[in-house]
Design a protein around this ligand. Structure first.
Ligand code: ATP
Ligand code: MG
Length: 755
């Protein structure tokens, strides 16, 4: 065999090299973030090819996202420099589709089967639920869809669902599941989960087919292995069990898809199922500076039951992780916008960074809105990765269609979009009647609908609901003419139309996020004078955005950031209840909280040179201020690797000396102290144990020199006004505010006052 030169091997350290050169037999590469797992995996592919061990079509590489697959293809083809043919690289789903199309008849499908989206899936389930005489209000189709997804993630066909699940969906779950699979087959359709499940079924029932694939694909590689679910694991095991040339790379500390059925235990199973596997650990991190790496390690150390590993870097020193608290979310966005601009010019002795090298990683997608609005305002180009931009989201477009109707009831596109969303019993036929009536009379659709109702041209349940809808639009329109507060009106519209309720009743994992986005939309309205002004703003945004190309700062969720790296990373919204999420905090066990902590670890380890963590003391939700405490993860950051920055409002003496502004007074007079959010925060603030002096390990948010405050000091806070310190407890003060009464407050959010 001709030995070609192998420059790609010179770029690897000895452990990576071992993983690359161990071409036969199972290999498990288990290592922390940024240690070059993906690089080693890619080099292994190149090595298989250049040594002539495998032809391109004999290699299967599984990645977690299509984006990751594309990147891996680019890297491989660059390293190969013009060699013919490329290995098969893709996600579990994209690979499964191809296999299933070839063998569809083995599971009773034709090869041109359709793949249902969630909406179709729900519609189908609804029919089955209604036909089975189950009360769909109490047992919604979306709940059933969630169950089915979960079962499919565990590779359970209807017959294989264990007895322990028999009580699911009012004891009818497995029965509906079976009917659903039958219906899909009759429709020549599959859902997303079926793609894997059917392939598994084929492999298990047809050893000849399986053997064929085992022969065809003698080399298998898997990236982000910690996030595979049971079905995916079985799929891999079947394909690899004959030749055992399987190389999996992963990091248990980065397992962040438990909520979707990923089983980090698959890492442990690997060594059992593939005895004699070479387990390779990588310890040198090539991505981040020492401070960043130590901060990340400090946070993840709080998780129990880790496999544990050492990480080090040659990149000594560098910038400490920067931590900054802000007054509210808008200020946080403003500050980050300015920092991005400063970094792109070069700041703090650092070379200028391109916008492509900067990313803002959020816990929840609704956080993106503040950044998008801010960046648009200052003309900072950005892209949203892994999802539509805020104003392009389904629920936002629906809500905006309602607002458009309220402003101009003649807006036919808006009418069409929402007349049957939520469902009002207006099927295609009813909608066609409305359109016909409108067309014949030369009227807008809303008027067409009114005319149709007047003629009695619409029967059944739909008529009543359409009447309600038309009356609703009339009412909302009248309210805009009256000049009713548009923020209030927006909430009214979303409530009265049943749109909010639609998502509240929705049991899919996306529903809570959509509700958050709707709240965020209402929040965005506050900055405008009326609905009309807001709608124009958005229309302009959308237009403006499309033209842009060139370098952009990235905005994405922490989940979408897995595997990526950026010179500068911003991690906003580190507040209890947001990150970790309220749901994880309310859970009884630690599982949810530990997954959130792994997410924090993923976030910090995306940064190469600068990592900036921030939190806001206040977030506005539905026009109400809610106070927040810094995330417990902030406390877990090791103090020696963190630099606490001063919030901009506190520079040079700050607003402590200045008289409260009109806005302060408005805020101070609002009834925030009685809001449930505030009371919850108060409860939590006192309930949180502060046993050990936290200075020893964690960060104390005390740049404003907490120590300076003692009992009896006069202080000022923008929300609560002036007050007197009653007690000092770690980084929190008990303050008796003159007007607002007694509060616990993080010390950095008050300043010394001289009155
Ligand atoms: P993650 O866990 O975040 O997915 P990873 O372990 O897959 O990280 P890579 O993305 O492969 O890490 O590598 C991180 C960075 O380190 C990349 O920029 C990569 O090019 C670089 N790198 C990896 N190995 C080496 C090496 N031996 N020498 C120099 N740079 C390396
Ligand atoms: Mg990687």
């Amino acid at each position: 065999m001709a030995q070609r030169p192998a420059p790609y091997l010179d770029d690897l350290n000895p452990a990576q090299r071992a993983a690359v050169e161990a071409l036969d037999g199972p290999v498990l590469m288990l290592a922390g973030a940024g240690t070059g797992k993906t690089k080693a995996l890619t080099s292994r592919i190149v090595h298989l090819l250049t040594t002539g061990r495998a032809r391109p079509n004999e290699i299967l590489a599984v990645t977690f996202t299509n984006k990751a697959a594309r990147e891996m293809k680019d890297r491989v083809s660059r390293m190969l420099g013009g060699m013919e043919g490329m290995p098969w690289m893709g996600t579990f789903h994209s690979i499964s589709v191809k296999i299933l199309r070839r063998h569809a008849e083995l599971v009773g499908l034709k090869s041109n089967f359709t793949i249902l989206d969630t909406d179709d899936q729900i519609r189908l389930l609804k029919q089955l639920i209604v036909a089975a005489n189950i009360d769909e209000k109490r047992w919604p189709a979306r709940m059933m869809a969630g169950l089915i997804d979960g079962w499919k993630n565990r590779a359970w066909t209807p017959r294989a669902v264990p007895a322990a699940e028999a009580g699911a969906f009012n004891h009818r779950g497995t029965e509906i599941y079976e009917q659903y699979q039958d219906r899909l087959r009759a429709l020549n359709a599959v859902d997303f989960g079926d793609l894997l499940l059917h392939v598994l079924t084929i492999f298990q029932a047809h050893p000849d087919v399986l053997a064929q694939y085992q022969r065809w694909l003698p080399y298998i590689l898997v990236d982000e292995y910690q996030d595979t679910n049971t079905a995916q694991y079985m799929w891999l095991r079947l394909l690899a069990q004959a030749h055992r040339n399987i190389c999996c790379v992963g990091d248990d500390d980065q397992s962040i898809y438990g909520w979707r059925g990923a089983e980090v235990g698959n890492i442990l199973r690997f060594e059992k199922d593939f005895p004699g596997a070479a387990v390779i650990r990588l310890e040198q991190n090539y991505r981040s500076t020492e401070h960043i790496l130590s901060a990340a390690s400090g946070v993840i150390a709080a998780n129990a039951g880790r496999l544990g590993k050492t990480l080090w870097t040659e990149a000594r020193g560098g910038e400490k992780v920067r931590l900054i608290g802000h007054w509210d979310g808008e200020e946080e966005a403003r500050w980050i916008g300015e920092e991005v601009e400063a970094m792109s010019r070069g700041t703090r002795g650092m070379a200028p960074l391109g916008l492509d090298g900067m990313a803002i990683l959020v816990r929840a997608s609704h956080q993106m809105r503040a950044f998008e609005d801010r960046f648009l305002t200052i003309g900072l180009p950005y892209r949203v990765i892994g999802g539509p931009r805020f104003y392009e989201r389904l629920e936002i477009r629906d809500a905006m269609a309602y607002f458009r109707l309220a402003v101009s009831p003649d807006d036919d596109l808006a009418f069409e979009r929402v007349v049957n969303t939520p469902k009002r019993g207006l099927g295609d036929k009813a909608q066609q009647s409305i359109q016909r009536t409108a067309r014949e009379a030369g009227l807008p659709l809303l008027e067409g609908a009114r005319a149709l109702l007047a003629q009695g041209g619409l029967g059944g349940k739909g008529a009543g609901q359409l009447r309600q809808f038309v009356e609703g639009v009339d009412r909302w329109h009248a309210a805009t003419l009256r000049g009713q507060s548009h923020v209030e009106l927006a909430e009214t519209i979303l409530d009265e139309s049943g749109y909010t309720a639609m998502w509240q009743n929705d049991k899919t994992p996306e529903a809570p996020g959509r509700l958050e986005n709707l709240k965020e939309l209402v929040k965005a309205l506050e900055q405008f004078e009326n609905l009309q002004g807001f709608l124009e703003h958005v229309a302009l945004i959308m237009d403006n955005e499309q033209a842009e190309s060139g370098e952009k700062v990235s905005i994405m969720t922490l989940h979408a950031a897995k595997g990526l790296e950026f010179p500068a990373v911003f991690l906003p919204g580190w507040e209890d209840g947001l990150f970790p999420s309220q749901r994880a905090m309310d859970e009884s066990g630690l599982k949810g909280l530990e997954e959130e902590r792994r997410l924090a670890y993923v976030g910090i380890t995306r940064a190469e040179q600068v990592c900036t963590i921030s939190f806001a003391a206040n977030r506005r939700v539905y026009g109400q201020w809610q106070s927040a405490l810094p995330s417990r993860f902030v406390d877990e950051l090791p103090a020696s690797h963190v630099e606490v920055l001063t919030p901009p409002g506190l520079h040079g003496g700050g607003f402590g000396a200045a008289a409260p502004t009109a806005m302060d007074q408005r805020v101070a007079s609002a009834d925030v102290y009685n809001s449930p959010g505030w009371r919850r925060m108060q409860g939590r603030a006192t309930a949180r144990p502060m046993a050990q002096p936290r200075e020893a390990t964690g960060i104390v948010i005390d740049l404003q020199a907490v120590a300076k405050f003692t009992e009896g000091d006069r202080v000022f806070n923008r929300k609560f006004g002036y007050g007197t310190v009653q007690a000092v407890e770690g980084d929190k003060l008990d303050v008796a505010f003159d007007k607002a009464g007694s509060k616990k407050i993080v010390a950095s959010f008050v300043v010394a006052a001289d009155q």
